[in-house]
Design a protein around this ligand. Sequence first.
Ligand code: GLN
Length: 433
Amino acid sequence: MEISEIKEKDEKINAFIAFNNKFKSEEEGLKRINLSVHGKLKGLKVGVKSNMNVSGLKITCASKTLENYLSFYDATVVERVKANNGLIAGMTNMDEFACGSSGETSYFNPTQNPSAPGHIPGGSSSGSAAAVAAGFVDCALGSDTGGSIRNPASHCGIVGFKPTYGVVSRYGLIDLAMSLDQIGPMAKDVKTASLLLEVIAGQDGKDATCLNLDKNFYTFHKNLDENLKNLKFGYAKEFDDLISDAGIKNVIHKAIDKISSAGGEIVNVSLPDLNIALPTYYLNVYVEFFSATRKFDGRRYGYKIEDVCGEEVLRRIILGKFISQKENAKRYYRKAIMARTLIKKEISEIFKNIDVLLSPTVPKLPHKIGEKISDPRVMYAYDIFTVLANLAGIPAGVVPAGKIDGIPTALQFMGNALGDQKVLNAMYGFENL
Ligand code: GLN
């Protein structure tokens, strides 16, 4: 699709906040030097979530706070996309500061779900998912703190992957909660997602939390293997109790049956502490987000965040401030950290016995755009199956599994820390069934 056509079609979808005005000349330049170019993403169009720095483009985090902020440098992931001749189409829409699960909290208006018109695309990487689903780009970068890659991928019927914490550099990403955030790929299929991951992953001197692993670890695309036969899959009975939509339950169980028929071994596992995952996640996020937003005080960048932000961002700042206060830290934050350790332990125990943990991605179908949700817990409920991977720092990806009344839903694959290849292989195997 030509960039002019994307711009025209995006008037309906609103997947982009800003387009790369140099796109056409960059594309033509690439064609002209065609023979000498060997980048892995040669000529592929890439969307970038509006919380990652791309030099010369508006990095707004979909907030009025940064509405006029022009970036002057490239995030490491962006630098690597460019070095591999990927073409950056523009900055995608998102929930404000990545706080949300619907794509509706953007200052630049909500994004439509191209695969389920009238419904939310999910969030917070709403624009990245919609841009892929609408065929505007070949792939996109999303960020995932508690499911923001996987949730919109599920609702939009595409593939999304959150790597093990530390596999991809966060340099140049505007934090939501830095101990949970990871950048990852979104694409129509597992192959393209693995290719983008292969490009962006790897050690980075600019991010101290970024791991330095053997170079063979990072060859995700090259090493894809669709064989499900030697893999042992787990499914926790607690997942079923939390799915609120019968259609989703049906699609997920059919998908598991398919894996079993293809030779994958399925075993029952148990996650008794699943019920504390959401409060644990949100308490951690509030505190880290409050601290991350202190730099938006109106002196260096744009406006003071509290003066202009939306309701959900303000809620997190106020609660984060409250929980961080010395007299409250013991009661809430310290407990949240303890609970996080507990969940992490429970999950690593499970992986002693299985290769891949399967689960639904979302417990319910996406609501209609504009539907009033006054209790934040109703929005938070979308995240129950996705926050686990962030709390434990493990890899997790989603692949479309079927539709309910025309609305897509995905099966989630989680792996042990650094089991990224295994997870991608299982996703690839399932996709090809
Ligand atoms: N929906 C979750 C939240 O609002 C996840 C956000 C994300 O992963 N960026 O925090």
